[in-house]
Design a protein around this ligand. Sequence first.
Ligand code: SF4
Length: 243
Amino acid sequence: MQEQERDRIQPAQILMRLTRIYGPFESRPHGDPITELVLTILSQNTSDTNSGRAFMRLKQRFPTWDELAAADEAEVEQAIAAGGLAKQKAPRIIATLREIVNRQGSLDLSHLAEPRLRVEKAREWLMSLRGVGPKTAACVLLFALGKRALPVDTHVHRVSARLGLIPPGMNAAKAHAALEAIVPDRLFYAFHIALIKHGRRLCRASRPHCQQCPLLAGCPEGERRLISGDYASAQLSEAFSDA
Ligand code: SF4
C-alpha cells in the first residue's frame, strides 16, 4: 500500500466519525420488494418529497400492485406527475411489474428472500429485469430484504469519490462493486445512510463545508481545498479524532 493510501481515511473510520453526528443507524428491512422497486424508480432524478408525493398518489389510485401492473400508462403517468419524469417512469414501472408477472406468474418475489440464495444471485435476477440497474437492485436487496448490498446514489458516489474511496470519474455501475469490495458488508446499511446525510448536509455538490467536516483529516478533496485556499482558515479538528 502506498503511503498516500495508508494515510487515507478508511470506511470504518468514516462511519465512526459520521455516526457521532448523524447516527445511530439501524437497519429494519420492511420485507416488501415490489414497493421498494416502485419507490426506487419514482425516486430517480427527483427529491424525496416529490417521489413520496408521487408514491402516495399512486397508492391512492392503484391500491394493489396487481392493479398497477394492469393499469393504463396514461393513468399511471397522471398519478405520478408530482414526482417528475412521469412519461419515462410510468412505462418503466408498468413494464417492470409485467415482466415479473410474466416470469413468476405473480408479483410474489419471496424467492429472493430465501436465506440460502446468495446476494449475487438475487442481484443478478433483479438486474435481468429491463430498467433495473445496480442502484435499484441494491435498494431492493438492502431495504426490503435485508441482504448485504450497498446502493450507490448520487450522494454516496460524490462523497466516496471526494474521500478517495473510488477513483474520480468512475461510473455508478463500477462504483457499486468497488465500494462493496472495501466497505465491510455488515456496515453497508449504515455507510449508505451516513454518506447520504453527509452529502446533503456538509459534503454538498457545490461548495462543500469542509471546515465543519469531521472527515477533513484524511479526505484528499478536503485537503486539496485547504491547500489551494478554496476556503479561508480551515483547521483540522482534533475533536473528531478516532482515538
Ligand atoms: S472534507 Fe470536504 S470534500 Fe471531504 S468529505 Fe468533508 S466536506 Fe466532503
